[in-house]
Ligand binder design. Structure first.
Ligand code: IFM
Length: 751
């Protein structure tokens, strides 16, 4: 129960949505939830992580590989496909517990015979190079079928083509298809080796990739496909390696490689699963959100984080955004800190590019990119959108004015240390990142003498509808947090690692900046709540036109028109694209009273369009804190079901932005564990303020924190904790104002 996502009947209009919804992956690549008969028009994609390309025709994007599972069926010269044939029955499903995609379809042929097609595929979590599929044909009467099975080299790309095939081999018998591609721009090499193995009692003839099958009603035809994808960035000879591995996996057989994959994914679920009793739909939606993060997480590398659309395709350039630090990181921090470290290290590794970006705009320090790929460079252009009325490029300020990305990166590092208790990251490049981000903020700031304060002018905050504003609340508060982190890092390093600290300061030539950072931290302006408790989102925000989202929508000429940028409808109004002040209050919860949180939630909720998938989870998170349980639940479900129901914008202007939504998926985890579960870790220690939604009888989850691991079960009135890791003493936690110590035995506390 609660592990199966499934859809019955074929509906052409759902092909795009289901491609994302039924996606599988393993961090090394993603494979969209498409059917074997689909081609590039149906958005088939095997999207690689880490390998990006620019062929000069558009923007850099991840490389899609040929589809190894492409199959064409025909009977009497006519194609059998959901796209054209008579479909009697069709079901597509995803077993998220095991990461297995299935389809079962029955076709009625012209002669009235019923031909059934079923398949099962998985992207191995045990062997990240492997994706395998079992495809079965059966019929209710004897029938001749022609099947073509071979990699579809006609690849779906937004800005392709991205590679040349530089070597290929295929041999007869059980056809092997083996090739090496090289990308256009950086000459990355990737090899794919595909083995097709047949098992059947039927008569069949094979000619290369074509099988002529005499299917009888008593015998089925089974084709097992093993596709191995090896990247030159990970091995010296990807061509040889893909063949060797493919032979090895095919030799083991489908059941065995599946078993090995299942063992890994089941182990992951032992850490990541959240069990909810009493609300089956929420159960499925929460698990599905976790699943979508697990299939895109960089388990195998520090070279990449999680892209804004996971590995569900090339949308958003396959780029990483602040979404990773602010929305996705916490789940990994509390469940598998080693993987969280990979996400954080991606930023540490690309400090150089952040320094270069700051210099490009005339600043010092590290200005992290709005969107970046494997090179760590900002992939965003200054004209990042197209006006749908004129077809002209629009000047956007995502790249040059969203300076909050640097403090967001510091937030990720700080959370890493706070939750894991592991400060060694400061000696692995973390200190340099924190100091350089602080230096950038100082360099960007304006010291207003008349008010004796530092201000951040001409910025774009989290709310992207209001670009180039002064003193955006989210930006200024996050900047103060980052500056404090720099001040604290100095204290920590001077006390614990004096020699390393001295050498870092010398290396960065940071001597003079130490005093600046200290002063800016004390004097940076952070807009205070007004008499009514509401914080103004930026200087002058309250003077903008105040209207409802409905009224704003009524002014649109086209449904997809962008509401921000230079003359978007929201620009001179109080309508926000996404949580801004509310996000800041959620991330920095100890800095605001409950009354202030409520006042701001009440004010901004009405004025938020949720035009970004990053928004609803944050409204849910803060609603949970201010005891607005119904709102918290409803907003959480919006975030949790976004990829199940496809309730998201498909276009920004004329730009296709479909795919999965990992930020909303991570936000769902945050609302569930941090919001309803009330888990909080800060300088005072670990505490819980649980309050489950009315429909939930209980919620159980596992978490790791500061070297401890524990299972937690919450009912409406009790919390039971049990340590599961090596450390069996000294775990202190607070609930209802009382501190408890957890040792070997479990504790049940009434709350
Ligand atoms: O990072 C976000 C941004 O905040 C809103 N637009 C989409 C981006 C990628 O998810």
């Amino acid at each position: 129960m609660g592990w199966l996502v499934s859809e019955e009947n074929f509906d052409k209009s759902k092909i795009e949505l289901f491609g994302s919804k039924f996606c599988i992956g393993n961090g090394n690549f993603g494979y969209r939830g498409t059917l074997e008969e689909y081609g590039k028009e149906q958005l088939c994609a095997l999207t690689l992580s880490e390998i990006y390309d620019d062929n000069g025709c558009g923007w850099r994007e991840p490389v899609n590989m040929p589809n190894p599972f492409h199959i064409n069926l025909s009977v009497g010269g006519g194609n059998i496909s959901v796209l054209g044939s008579n479909v009697a029955k069709h079901e597509q499903s995803l077993d998220i517990k095991h990461g297995i995609h299935s389809r079962n379809t029955t076709f009625v042929t012209g002669s009235g015979s019923r031909v059934s097609v079923s398949s099962e595929r998985f992207a191995s979590m045990a062997a990240p190079e492997l994706i395998a599929e079992k495809y079965m044909l059966s019929a209710d009467s004897d029938i001749d079928i022609v099947m073509n099975a071979g990699p579809d080299m006609d690849v779906w790309d937004i800005n392709g083509p991205h590679f040349n095939v530089i070597r290929s081999e295929s041999s007869g018998g059980n056809t092997d298809n083996h090739f090496l591609i090289e990308t256009i721009e950086k000459k990355y090499q990737v090899s794919m080796c595909v083995s097709y193995l047949v098992q059947t009692g039927c008569d069949y003839k094979q000619d290369g990739n074509q099988y002529t099958i005499h299917l009888t009603k008593d015998d089925s035809f089974l084709l097992t496909t093993y596709a191995v994808i090896t990247k030159g960035i990970h091995c010296a000879d990807p061509f040889a390696e893909s063949r060797a591995k493919c032979e090895c996996f095919a030799g083991k057989g489908f059941d065995q490689v599946l078993k090995e994959h299942e063992a890994v994914i089941e182990k992951r679920w032992r850490s990541y699963d959240i069990e909810i009793e009493g609300d089956p739909y929420a159960q499925l939606a929460v698990r599905y959100s976790i699943y979508l993060l697990l299939i895109a997480a960089p388990f195998h590398t520090e070279g990449i984080a999680i892209p804004a659309r996971g590995l569900s395709g090339q949308v958003y350039k396959g780029a990483m955004f602040w979404d990773a630090e602010i929305y996705m990181l916490q789940m990994f921090l509390f469940e598998e800190p080693e993987i969280a470290k990979n996400l954080v290290m991606y930023r540490v590794k690309h400090l150089k590019e952040a320094l270069e970006k700051a210099a490009e705009f005339g600043y010092e320090g590290a200005f992290y990119p709005w969107e970046s790929q494997e090179t760590g460079k900002d992939g965003c252009t200054l004209y990042n959108l197209t006006d749908i009325f004129t077809g002209r490029k629009m000047r956007t300020y995502f790249r040059d004015k969203q300076i909050h990305i640097s403090p967001d990166v510091v937030f990720g590092l700080y959370k890493y240390m706070e939750i894991t208790g592991d400060y060694s990251i400061l000696l692995q490049g973390g200190t340099e990142v924190i100091l350089e981000c602080a230096r950038f903020l100082y360099s960007y700031s304006y010291f207003k003498k008349s008010r004796n304060r530092y201000e951040l002018l001409d910025v774009t905050g989290a709310d992207e509808y209001h670009e180039r504003v002064n003193n955006n609340a989210y930006t200024n508060y996050m900047a103060k947090m980052a500056l404090k982190c720099a001040v604290d890092t100095r204290a920590y390093m001077e006390k614990n690692h004096k020699a390393e600290w001295d050498s870092i300061v010398k290396k960065l030539k940071f001597e003079d900046d130490l005093a600046h950072i200290d002063e800016m931290h004390r004097l940076i302006y952070t807009p205070a709540p007004g008499k009514d408790g509401v914080i103004e989102q930026f200087d002058g925000y309250f003077k903008e036109e105040d209207l409802s989202v409905r009224e704003l929508y009524s002014r649109r000429i086209k449904e997809n028109e962008y509401l921000g940028s230079l003359c978007g409808l929201a620009v001179n109004t109080q309508i926000l694209k996404q949580a801004d002040v509310i996000l800041m209050m959620s991330l920095l919860p100890d800095q605001f009273t409950k009354e202030e949180k409520r006042a701001n939630w009440d004010y901004y909720e009405k004025r938020t369009e949720h035009g970004s998938s990053l928004s609803t989870c944050i409204y849910a998170l803060l609603a949970a804190e201010i005891d607005e349980k119904t709102y918290a639940y409803d907003y959480m479900m919006k975030a949790a079901t976004i990829d199940l129901v496809g309730n998201y914008k498909l276009y920004l202007g004329d730009l296709y932005i479909g795919g999965t939504h990992p930020a909303a998926n991570g936000g769902t985890w945050m609302v569930t564990v941090l919001g309803f579960g009330g888990l909080r870790v800060n300088a005072d220690g670990v505490s819980f303020v649980p309050d489950l939604p009315d429909s939930w009888n209980s919620m159980s989850y596992h978490f790791a924190c500061r070297g401890y691991e524990a299972d937690c079960k919450l009912t409406k009135t009790t919390m039971t904790l049990h340590l599961t890791g090596q450390k069996k003493s000294g775990f202190l936690f607070n609930i209802g104002g009382k501190t408890y110590e957890l040792t070997d035995d479990s504790i049940t506390v009434n709350y």
